[in-house]
Design a protein around this ligand. Sequence first.
Ligand code: NAD
Length: 486
Amino acid sequence: MQSMLIDGEAWEASSGARIEVLDPANLEILDSVPAAGAGEVNRAVEAAERAFSGWSRVVANERASMLHEIGVRMREHQAALIDLLTREEGKPRVENEEEVEWSANTFDYYAELGRHEVGQVLPPGASSQFNFTLKEPYGVVACITPWNYPIMLLAWKLAPALAAGNTCVVKPSELTPLSSLYFAEHCLSHLPPGVVNVVTGTGLDAGEPLVAHPSVAAIAFTGSLETGQRIASLAAPQMKKLHLELGGKDPMVIAEDAEPEKAARALAYSSLLNCGQVCTSTERVYLPRARASEFTEALVEHVRSLRLGHGLDAGTDIGPMIEGRFRDKVEAQVAEATAQGAKLLIGGRRPESSLAGAFYEPAVLTGVDHSMRIMREETFGPAIPLMEYEDFDQAVALANDSPFGLGASLLSSDPDRIKRFFEGVQAGTIWINDPLTDNYAGPFGGMRLSGGSRELGQEGLDEFRTTKHVHWDFSTEPKDFWYPYD
Ligand code: NAD
């Protein structure tokens, strides 16, 4: 029975309602969390508002120490965090080890970046003047996170938001709230009360009152396009600062000079990591016609070797999908594509298993084209559609033929193709030969329907700071260009 964290205290929903959290691999009930409503959300926002004046004035070195301490505590509690993440989200343990390490490092990174600078001195317009900018926090930031990387995507928001001097109200996904509550209880208790509050509940009952609350100045959201659009419309009347990380339909282009066995491993990893439930999963693949059969055969052989299972079992490569409705969507896209003429080469069915979760054997399809939903809409599951191209210009054009623009990958060692790719493809991240890898110093985010915000790097800090320009003239003499004009 987990509680929320409001103003430094454990808190329940006044309605007494709770949400059960399931292990997606076997559908066993893991625990339950409060189902918050507007009352608890208001209380959390008020606590964050009260804490803001103190937290925003904490001197940079002290704030940095407190952020480093979060990283230290995460490493002390990593075994429990990894276990909880694996149970509530389903991906293999090794992927959660990486998630926790990444998240702890994110706090260390922003601890340092946050004390580096708070603005710039600018060249003045006259010798009697001094011009400078101040980077200031917004105030209370709502951090609304999805289920696929519950702790990492929280860290990408919380660390820069706190480093910039904001206070936060966190609303984790109702499917995976346990790791966020554990993190808050064990890794944040050294922060002043109210600096970080965590409310649990559904998007409708807890998320919407949080977004609409007049004292919430900024909203940092990662999730689906539809929810992002809803949040943007709720925030519009108050012109709130929006930080939106939305869906994708990432392409991978395999160049003619790539090697089939290596390409198969890179592609399977970037399509099937976390059972394909990564915003930057490769969801469209373009193969050179002249060598398509070599790449396809190598991929099918490699995918055949991957093992499905519970994330805690050693040897599991791929866990379950988070819920049956997400598997239904993949199945529908695969069925539609095959009805339109695509060929299913392997997988694309529910395995026989003693585990009751939404497992799905990764599907590899050929003969797809851009008229099919599987090549246009986000799949967010383990399906790899392969399409052939004639020449590299066509591959770049196909990569760009999407309303999304989150990431794009290329496998090649040819500098000419590489340059044409990173210059020609519109996406927030371009990966050459190393798909899905992030770098704390490198901004991560999208273009077009993927949202235009950036997490990580200097840009990730600036998302949580507003700029004030101070124009100061030491002279108090009237200017000769003031009224009257004669
Ligand atoms: P989702 O949009 O259903 O939910 C995300 C969060 O928003 C949850 O906490 C949910 O409770 C909350 N929410 C839902 N409706 C809301 C509302 N009306 N008002 C306020 N909050 C609301 O997304 P999901 O299923 O949890 O995550 C999968 C999606 O996230 C995919 O589309 C994926 O591409 C995207 N994603 C994007 C990135 C990125 O960095 N661009 C990273 C991971 C996931």
